[in-house]
Design a protein around this ligand. Structure first.
Ligand code: ZN
Length: 414
């Protein structure tokens, strides 16, 4: 099969905002589309969670990094259409439901509710759509059927996507076939190769039979449930169109999830690129290891919010550039909390007599210019937070209020 040839119709960009694209390895002007009313529109898709457990600071860092992007784009007059999925049909969720003796849908609904509560407290601008896999099954099945119709799927024990049909497989993650195989193996996703299984170790399932006790949906391939990656292709295309401007997620998703999503999406539509920019957020560790359920070193958002004001948590997250890996410490959060107290004091103070928005603060232009340049340069929230700190020190109340609305959204200061 030939590489998709049809290219983007018209790529628009948003003024001076630049973001780092993982595929090209370069800073790009923020790509945008033309909205229905003729305005610039950012079509943003971010991979969400499997809702089986309480949200941790790694999730919060990913979603709130994109919240700053959303708010900065909107502050620049760009309309944002933001979609974030909920993977409520997934192995870990079924395992947890079995362990706890609860219905999988009840568990998924409850944990999604907790995520939303956390994120609302942390002041995010909620996505326009948060589709759940269980509610999108018709279009997911249709996507698998279309791939099969194109000759880009084969059925043995499962229905697989043959990665050799997509010549660019591996370009996004920049991994060799051996490195990809090893990663699949380390994650328990390698499966079997053979006449009744995969033809190539890197082929990934589009559709699979459900195990006993798991939900199953009827399809042309027999009853079952989707593989992991196809859901995001189907949902992104349904809510945002054949191409998205920015596709985001944690860096751990670059391979295999995003690599596979890119391959099957461009194969489905014949349109390349599926995403005009891929933005990946760094990993958060705690006590020397990446935060993960299996290592038992999660710092849970609910626990953090029980001890600190939401805006302090946001200021702490914002002190790390989104692409870097970093280590959570309670001391770091305490330092952010001190800045938050000073900010609350400043913003709660009485305005100077006669001072209005945009007037009476001589440093305002310089401070806001520096803040904007920091965010324009690949969303450098750490530098932007430094400018906010200066604004607080100088008592530049209105500038500080504006910067806070971008870095902390609607999170409460106390
Ligand atoms: Zn995804």
């Amino acid at each position: 099969m030939q590489r998709p040839a049809r290219s983007s119709p018209q790529v628009l960009t948003a003024g001076s905002i630049q973001v780092f694209d993982s595929l090209s390895g370069e800073l790009l002007p923020l790509p945008c589309s033309l909205g229905e009313a003729g305005q610039l529109e950012l079509r943003l898709y971010v991979c969400g969670v499997t809702p089986y457990d309480t949200g941790h600071m790694g999730h919060a860092f990913t979603f709130l990094s994109f919240d700053v992007l959303v708010r900065w784009a909107e502050a620049n007059g760009i309309r944002v259409r933001y979609v974030q999925n909920v993977t409520d049909v997934d192995d870990p969720l079924f395992e947890r439901a079995r362990r706890d003796g609860v219905d999988w849908q009840e568990l998924g609904g409850r944990e999604t509710g907790r995520l939303l509560r956390d994120m609302e407290l942390l002041g995010w601008r909620a996505p326009d759509h948060m589709p759940m896999v269980s509610g999108e099954m018709d279009r997911i099945i249709e996507a698998v059927e279309r791939l099969a119709g194109l000759g880009c799927a084969y059925q043995t024990d499962r229905v697989y996507f043959p990665v050799r049909s997509y010549p660019g497989y591996g370009e996004l993650s920049k991994l060799t076939r051996l490195a990809m195989t090893r990663k699949l193996s380390s994650e328990g996703l390698l499966g079997e190769v053979g006449p009744d299984a995969k033809r190539d170790p890197l082929d990934f399932p589009l559709w699979r039979p459900s195990d006993p006790g798991e939900p199953a949906w009827p399809s042309a391939f027999g009853p079952g449930r989707p593989g992991w990656h196809i859901e995001c292709s189907a949902m992104a295309m349904h809510y945002l169109g054949e191409q998205v401007d920015v596709h985001g997620g944690g860096r751990d998703l670059r391979y295999s999830h995003h690599e596979s999503e890119r391959a099957q999406s461009e194969t489905l539509t014949g349109v390349a690129p599926f995403a005009r920019a891929w933005m990946h957020v760094g990993m958060v560790s705690f006590a020397g290891h990446k935060m993960s359920k299996s290592l038992g070193n999660l710092v849970v958002v609910e626990d953090v919010l029980a001890r600190f004001p939401p805006a302090a948590v946001r200021l702490y997250l914002a002190s790390h550039h989104y692409r870097r890996d970093w280590s959570f410490t309670w001391e770091g959060l305490e330092a952010a909390s001190r800045l938050c107290s000073r900010l609350a004091h400043l913003l709660g103070s009485e305005p100077n007599q006669g001072a209005e928005w945009g007037a009476g603060e001589p440093a305002q232009g310089e401070l806001e210019g520096a803040f904007g340049r920091a965010l324009d340069h690949d969303l450098d929230t750490a530098a932007a937070r430094g400018v906010l700190r200066r604004a607080v020190s100088q008592g530049a109340r209105e500038s500080a209020r504006w910067m806070t609305s971008i870095l902390c959204g609607s999170a409460a200061l106390r």
